[in-house]
Design a protein around this ligand. Structure first.
Ligand SMILES: [Zn+2]
Ligand SMILES: [Zn+2]
Length: 314
């Protein structure tokens, strides 16, 4: 199985439930007759519920169902045009769907276009970020973040795609921060909490990949350790990433000095790599280094004193 077929399998837009894309605005369905439309960039769920906004919301609902019909009748180019229109109206759902379409491509009609996919995913994130986090559709956020994370892992190149890579990381950090807001998790069901965890796993893993590519191994190690800590969330890819981060941690640990290259006794600081190698790490606590045997002996005596104190206090 090629990477391409794996991705198109995961991201075949028709394998996603089309209804789900429409439930985003379901609560606004009560109004019967659509009024003339204003095209704005205000996302549908934005707090201010002025008339223009309701109109935009209605327009987006219409456009999304129109796009869905075109997808069902295999008129993909038309579907894309309608989704682009909905994206311009501020629909994060439409932007996410375009990202998914360009990511996997559709049969022979629409070839995968990873650059466009990344741009639409990013746009979706920006629109999501404009909505208060307690109103986020976690499935939508997970679709976008999982899509982006897949692009980072298999399609994008840290050097070649530097700009979009950095923008994506910045956006993901914002999303991750918002997800830690207690408001965002207050009324979440168990399933939603698992989705939130999956989102954060993807983000931590992408942060790790970025630092690793930049040879910032200590940041990478922290990111993969964070990823590891989330544990299982019941979402296949995210669970795999947690497992993968175990391996990453194991390979990164030897590359990150755990002991500060400063003599604990005389404060001599080793700056050159060859000097760092000559430092002696205390075998007893394994957490400090010494510059010489004399300093090490002095340091070891503090262990004996402490032990003595320990015994006294017992
Ligand atoms: Zn020393
Ligand atoms: Zn020691």
């Amino acid at each position: 199985m090629t990477m391409f077929s794996v991705i198109s399998k995961c991201f075949n837009p028709r394998s996603l439930n089309p209804r789900r894309f429409l439930t985003f605005n379901k609560n606004r369905d009560g109004i019967s007759k659509p009024k003339p439309v204003m095209t704005t960039l205000v996302p549908p769920d934005f707090e201010n519920e002025g008339n223009d906004n309701t109109n935009t919301t209605l327009k987006i609902v219409e456009l999304l169902s129109e796009a869905e019909e075109y997808l069902n009748t295999h008129e993909y180019t038309r579907a894309i045009t309608v989704l682009q229109h909905a994206t311009q109206c501020g629909s994060a759902t439409a932007a996410a769907k375009l990202g998914i379409i360009y990511h996997g491509g559709i049969n022979d009609t629409i070839p995968p276009d990873y650059a466009s996919a990344a741009v639409y995913y990013l746009f979706a994130l920006k629109l999501i970020y404009m909505i208060p986090c307690n109103k986020w559709d976690m499935s939508l956020v997970l679709d976008v973040i999982a899509g982006l994370s897949e692009l980072y892992r298999f399609q994008m190149n840290r050097k070649r795609d530097c700009d979009i890579w950095n923008h994506g990381i910045k956006a993901m950090k914002h999303i991750d921060q918002a997800l830690q807001d207690p408001l965002a998790t207050k009324f979440l069901s168990h399933k939603e909490i698992q989705k939130r965890r999956a989102i954060r796993i993807h983000i931590a893993y992408c942060l790790g990949l970025t630092a690793e590519a930049d040879k910032d191994f200590s940041t990478a190690l922290t990111a993969f350790q964070n990823c590891q800590k989330f544990g299982d969330c019941g979402f296949n890819t995210a669970d795999k990433l947690v497992k993968k981060s175990h391996t990453k941690v194991r390979t990164l640990e030897p590359q990150v000095p755990r002991v500060k290259p400063v003599c604990v006794e005389c404060q001599y600081e080793a700056k050159e790599l060859k000097d760092i190698w000559t430092l002696l790490v205390c075998a007893k606590c394994q957490s400090v280094a010494c510059c010489s045997k004399a300093c090490l002996t002095n340091h070891l005596s503090t262990h004996h004193e402490n032990e003595g104190e320990d015994k006294k206090t017992k």
